[in-house]
Design a protein around this ligand. Structure first.
Ligand code: SIN
Ligand code: CO
Length: 397
């Protein structure tokens, strides 16, 4: 029996499944990947071709109900979208949606809720089952609910995505087409000429992995829910824009333009070659090293999304009490916290942080496993006490 199966049925009222104490062994075959190991999956499928897994998460079904989804859609702190083709036209609206409004929706419709992993512990536990892919690639867990015939239409995403079927059935048609032309003037991205080559019905617990360049269309057969574990593949232009913004913030170039050797010009309106050469030389001081790229990535990849806010502890423990508690109960990163590292450099929720060399093994364990069962060193406790006050982590595992 799959470890997670039973707990996914109504987990909001049940205890979350126990957390694993180690990262997934890369060579161990698992149901999640249809009996192949993560290593084989990465070698043969990741970014290469789709994989359909029947019974990937046996027993997976009704972790969330329609009511739960509509509750999430009504929240200010949760990003949600509503898509419908009722009335014969594609319509898209962004949440939150007051409950009374949802009662007026005409079928077929879908709601899509982002970052469910930040709201429910079982969502966080689910995405961590995919820890054979680096956290640096992970975006979030999106859950969609659709009425019969609902869907978001045929499209591409900039994502590697694991589409895990929750309750109900969804028909997925997919194809690897070169023609990426979209229908003009629609609020949703719909492919003009969708030519699917595979057609599958996914039942609860089935999962479909899709690389970014695959067109897909999922249509609900009866009401259904789909859980998408998304790994974002950022476009080069977006990376370049973000990096230039990052560089600009850290850039400091000395000097001012000077031309003591100026010669009179026949055309006062002409920009001289001499001026261009001089400015080109000044701009050559804009340089970056590999480590700038590293720090940029560390900060950008751990930056909380715009709607994410941390809750400070209401009655914070003193440093001493915190220290004695985590010595017994350990510590866990809050689901909203993003922590990555590269060598001896650590990045936490958008900031580069200093970690003394003696604490790096501890900090790496915290970043990898997202919890440490016991923290006995006073130095470690001192390092993370501020993070606790900021709401980035909590005592207990
Ligand atoms: C959905 O869950 O309705 C859509 C997911 C996707 O196509 O990426
Ligand atoms: Co998609």
């Amino acid at each position: 029996m799959h470890k997670w199966g039973a707990d996914y049925n109504r987990p909001m009222k049940t205890k979350s499944p126990p957390k694993s104490t180690a990262c997934s062994p890369l060579r161990t075959p698992s149901t999640l990947l249809g009996g192949i190991s993560p290593e084989e999956f990465i070698r043969d499928y990741w970014q290469k071709k789709p994989l359909l897994v029947r019974g990937a998460v046996p027993g997976f079904g009704e972790a969330l109900t329609k009511k739960d989804m509509l509750d999430l859609c009504s929240r200010e702190d949760v990003e949600s979208r509503f898509v419908t083709t009722a009335g014969g036209e594609w319509q898209l609206r962004n949440g939150p949606f007051p409950k009374r409004e949802t009662k007026t929706w005409q079928t077929p419709w879908s709601v899509l809720v982002q970052s469910v992993n930040l709201v429910f512990p079982f969502g966080e536990d689910l995405i961590r089952r995919f820890d054979f892919i680096p956290y640096a690639r992970l975006d979030d867990l999106m859950v969609s609910y659709a009425t019969d015939g609902g869907g978001v239409g045929p499209h591409f995403d900039n994502y590697d995505v694991f589409l895990l079927q929750g309750s109900g059935t969804r028909r997925w048609r997919i194809g690897r087409q070169k023609d990426k032309t979209l229908v003009d003037g629609l609020p949703v991205r719909i492919l003009k000429n969708f030519t699917p080559t595979y057609d599958w019905l996914l039942e609860p617990g089935d999962m479909l992995y899709l690389p970014p360049d695959w067109a897909h269309d999922g249509i609900a057969v009866g009401e259904c829910m789909t859980w998408s574990i998304g790994f974002r593949a950022p476009p080069a232009q977006e990376l370049a824009d973000q990096f230039l913004t990052y560089l600009q913030e850290s850039l400091c170039i000395d000097g001012i333009y000077s031309d003591p050797d100026l010669t009179p010009q026949t055309h006062p309106a002409e920009i001289s070659g001499q001026m261009i050469d001089r400015v080109a030389e000044m701009l050559q001081k804009i340089q970056w090293k590999r480590q700038d790229v590293q720090h940029f990535l560390g900060s950008a990849l751990t930056e909380p999304k715009p709607h994410v806010f941390f809750d400070h502890p209401e009655t914070p423990l003193s440093a001493k009490k915190f220290s004695s508690l985590i010595a017994k109960e350990g510590v866990s990163l809050d689901a909203r916290t993003q922590m990555l590292f590269c060598g001896g450099h650590f990045y936490l929720n958008g900031e580069r942080i200093e970690v003394p060399s003696t604490l790096r093994a501890f900090a790496r364990e915290l970043a990898d496993r997202r919890h440490v069962p016991t923290v006995t060193e006073a130095e470690a406790s001192a390092l993370i006490y501020g993070w606790y006050l900021d709401g980035f982590l909590n005592p207990g595992v």
